[in-house]
Ligand binder design. Structure first.
Ligand SMILES: Nc1ncnc2c1ncn2[C@@H]1O[C@H](COP(=O)(O)OP(=O)(O)OP(=O)(O)O)[C@@H](O)[C@H]1O
Length: 519
């Protein structure tokens, strides 16, 4: 269904396009730029365009594909760097010389690789909805193919190497099942009831693992002002967290930072398997110089891939740096639509949109060997002026279980990770008590409490010291100050660029036991 462009204002354009639906994917202009319909009024539609709109002119054609923006889910994602439209960025740079492709590039062209299919069913077998029929192997991961909508008997099932367009299974009722599926990005991929998984994500960062543990299937936020170490912390978690797959969303951050990180992932070996870290990571990147509307699509593309892998029983961690840049994009788009602004100029639907996004995290029992898969989120937030009362931080606070507050003063003092130990919290701590007791040590929680108590006491004593001076302090109080100092410098500080960058739970335990044992 075709129409034409009647107005252009940056990446928000207006078209006369009768019979189009809200959130339809559209091709805009002669270059067929990808966009999404975000508002309809009569025969006119407002489209947010995910690509560079420079050079676009009114009167050019606009076409609705009559289907929403989808994520293409199948083997071939792992180790790749995509933009918000799931186009492989490295390939675009190779072919076009820059990220800004002059012509539209569609991801389908890029996924024409062959993968080997191993069937789990035979001809004549019965299949049920949701059952795994076989899998493709890619980078050591099994990518299962499920009978999503149909059940019946297998008429044909194939084995060996395949291209995505050929069906791998044909059912007797005529249904064809493919290796890939296209998932509308704004709709969660449902795959069973959400479960509570009482298992931490071990990050190797002592301050997190000991004080404010993350949970598999949980949501954690890292708010921090400018330069407080959000990116370094997210990257350390991406490198060391004990998950199977990492999805890294670079949302509106500087291109050079992201390029450095990808470069690093390409050289670092995975601690647990004989492969590169990159081989278990999917990058979705929208840097600060790309169209802001595409930040939203990056965020959604990544969560779709997360749900896809979770469904196969993998533990997936989605890291996004930063959610504030997505919220800023929502604000910009809303203001160019002249919508009534909500708190601090953000659209009124900002909170509900973030909340329903975050709800997509969680653990589920899967159809694959009855394994539990999880999708966890670690989201960084960059509140303007480090004001944590601002709407984006507040919305995320209401929808997450761990709050890792990055402290400007600690960062100035070069205490990294600059996680403030009095303001941060983890709601998962109690749920994880049994885990630590069984897997590390009986007294893990007691040591934690003791340690936090010493740090709290030190804070009070420092205030007294300011009044009475060092000479006026009791000997035992001076010892507490010394001990707290040791906890800070030898335990909580952890240089991400040194050999100390990763600490196992056992090492963390022994280190703190050693320090507290000196009393
Ligand atoms: N864990 C760490 N170990 C050693 N150095 C660190 C650590 N965390 C942060 N730094 C130092 O702080 C600098 C700033 O960190 P980073 O770029 O992560 O901040 P940011 O909060 O992401 O900044 P921005 O607000 O600009 O995005 C780093 O370049 C590094 O020198």
């Amino acid at each position: 269904m075709k129409g034409k462009l009647i107005g252009i204002s940056g990446y928000i354009v207006k078209a006369r396009l009768p019979e189009a639906g809200i959130y339809d994917r559209v091709l805009v202009g002669e270059r067929e730029l990808t966009g999404e319909i975000i508002k309809i009024s009569g025969e006119d539609v407002i489209i947010q365009v995910y690509e560079d709109t420079r050079g676009l002119g009114t009167g050019e054609k606009v076409e609705s594909l009559k289907k929403p923006l989808t994520s293409f889910l199948g083997p071939g994602l792992m180790g790749n760097i995509f933009d918000g439209l799931q186009r492989p960025l490295e390939k675009i740079v190779e072919e076009e010389g820059s990220f800004f492709a002059g012509k539209a590039v569609h991801h389908f062209d890029q996924l024409k690789q062959k993968f080997t299919f191993t069937p789990l069913k035979n001809e004549g077998d019965s299949v049920y909805v949701g059952e795994a029929l076989g899998y493709f192997s890619d980078k050591g991961f099994k990518h299962y193919v499920f009978a999503d909508t149909a059940e019946g008997k297998v008429k044909e099932i194939t084995e060996g190497e395949f291209l995505p367009e050929s069906p791998v299974v044909k059912l007797e009722d005529g249904t064809d099942i493919y290796s890939y599926s296209q998932q509308p990005v704004r709709i969660p991929l449902v795959s069973g009831d959400k479960q509570i998984l009482k298992e931490p994500i071990i990050t190797g960062q002592r301050v997190i693992d000991f004080f404010f543990p993350l949970m598999k299937g949980g949501v954690s936020i890292i708010p921090g002002g400018f330069g407080t170490g959000k990116t370094v912390l997210e990257q350390s978690i991406a490198k060391y967290a004990d998950v199977d797959i990492v999805l890294y969303v670079g949302c509106g951050e500087r291109g050079n930072e992201i390029a450095e990180m990808i470069e690093e992932f390409t050289t670092i070996k995975d601690e647990r398997e004989d492969r590169l870290l990159r081989d278990r990571t999917v990058f979705v990147v929208n840097t600060s110089n790309m169209p802001v509307a595409a930040r939203e699509s990056s965020i959604y593309m990544a969560v779709c891939a997360g749900e896809y892998y979770r469904r196969m029983g993998y533990h997936v961690l989605l890291l996004a740096d930063s959610i504030s840049r997505w919220a800023e994009a929502l604000k910009e788009i809303s203001s160019s639509l002249e919508e009534m602004p909500g708190e601090e100029g953000y659209p009124t639907y900002m909170s509900s949109r973030i909340a329903s996004y975050v709800e997509r995290a969680g653990a589920v029992k899967t159809a694959v060997e009855k394994k539990t898969g999880s999708l966890s989120m670690v989201l960084s937030v960059s509140p303007p002026g480090a004001d944590f009362a601002e709407p984006v931080t507040q919305t995320l606070l209401q929808n997450s279980g761990v709050f890792l507050m990055l402290d400007r003063e600690l960062a100035y003092a070069r205490h990294y990770p600059a996680i403030n130990w009095t303001q941060s919290y983890s709601n998962y701590r109690e749920d994880l008590e049994d885990y630590y007791r069984q897997n590390v040590a009986e007294d893990w929680q007691n040591l934690r409490r003791e340690c936090l108590q010493i740090l709290k006491q030190e804070q009070e004593l420092m205030e007294i010291r300011q009044i009475v001076g060092d000479e006026g302090m009791k000997e035992e109080d001076k010892e507490i100050i010394q001990l707290a100092d040791k906890i800070k410098t030898e335990f909580l500080m952890q240089d991400a660029f040194s050999e100390d960058a990763y600490s196992t739970l056992q090492e963390t335990y022994e280190k703190i036991k050693g320090i507290l044992g000196e009393r």
